[in-house]
Design a protein around this ligand. Structure first.
Ligand code: A3P
Length: 286
């Protein structure tokens, strides 16, 4: 292992095979013991896959299209990040325990590491998958702007670690494959960021149906408008500017960098991309 690699790894922790931030690892017993409630909705993603985007959509559905209600608080208070823990500032579990039902819970955990209570309580879950190339680029910039991360080195150096699954939350391939397999259950909705990019209306309606609600024209229209890239980038409750620079330095790189300048892959996402993903994850995850 070269020195930049070991320096990178030293800043992280390995909890039962999962690479994670040291502060999160210290809280692992509480994560495992977390008590889900039957009406919890879990939003699971590999980091940088559009978690905030789908979270805002879901919260608007829960709040019946009331944009002002969503703007009353920042997204990381409305939808706590389960395993997030930092000595003084962040405690996802505490937030969730103090929250009234129905709760929306964010996690980046692979399904094998999810607190068992989510499975026991048969909670609904949404998994959002984004293509690996854009995830890798976004994750690289995220490393630069969030000081809790080890120095990612150059982009090629980071890509090597990413491809080897040596980054927080491990291998993208294994993560996606595991959740893909879980999504055979009717309680899990598997979405693609690229499908949302291509036809947001269709995906929003899919989510509304999954949550057992009626997709009225007005609700869908409100969600599509309020969760556009520009709207969310300009909205202080969704663009993470409420987080101090010491935790997320947007002078280094904004949380929402830019909207895709291309569609990847080019067309018929649901079929082509699913086949591509399946092929890719079979090849990579062994
Ligand atoms: P980029 O870094 O490529 O800009 P997460 O919420 O999982 O951390 O993902 C963040 C990524 O989702 C960022 O990608 C961000 O720009 C993108 N994103 C957030 N809201 C979005 C929206 N409304 N439309 C498209 N992409 C969005």
């Amino acid at each position: 292992m070269d020195s930049s690699k070991s320096e990178y790894a030293e800043k992280l922790c390995n909890v039962r095979g999962l690479i994670i931030y040291k502060d999160f690892a210290k809280n692992w017993d509480n994560v495992e013991a977390f008590q889900a409630r039957p009406d919890d909705l879990l939003i699971a993603t590999y980091p940088k896959s559009g978690t905030t985007w789908v979270s805002e959509i879901v919260d608007l559905i829960y709040k019946e299209g009331n944009v002002e209600k969503c703007k009353e608080d920042v997204i990381f208070n409305r939808i706590p990040f389960l395993e997030c823990k930092n000595e003084e500032h962040f405690d996802g579990i505490k937030q969730l325990e103090n929250m009234a039902s129905p709760r929306i819970v964010k996690t980046h955990l692979p399904p094998e590491y999810l607190p068992v209570s989510f499975w026991e309580k048969n909670c609904k879950m949404i998994y959002l998958c984004r293509n690996v190339k854009d995830v890798a680029v976004s994750y690289y910039y995220f490393h630069l702007m969030v000081p809790a991360h080890p120095n990612p080195g150059t982009f090629p150096e980071f890509v090597e670690k990413f491809m080897n699954g040596e980054v927080p939350y491990g291998s993208w391939y294994k993560h996606v494959k595991s959740w893909w397999e879980k999504s055979k259950s009717p309680n899990i909705l598997f979405l693609f960021y690229e499908d949302m990019h291509e036809d947001i209306r269709k995906e929003v309606i899919k989510v509304i149906h999954f949550l057992g609600r009626e997709p009225s024209e007005e609700l869908v229209e409100t969600i599509v408008n309020h969760t556009s890239f520009q709207e969310m980038k300009n909205n202080p409750t969704t663009n993470y500017t409420a987080i101090p620079d010491e935790f997320m330095n947007q002078k280094v790189s904004p949380f929402m960098r830019k909207v895709l300048s291309y569609i990847w892959p080019p067309s018929s996402l649901s079929n082509q991309f699913c086949r591509g993903i399946k092929h890719c994850i079979q090849l990579r995850s062994g």
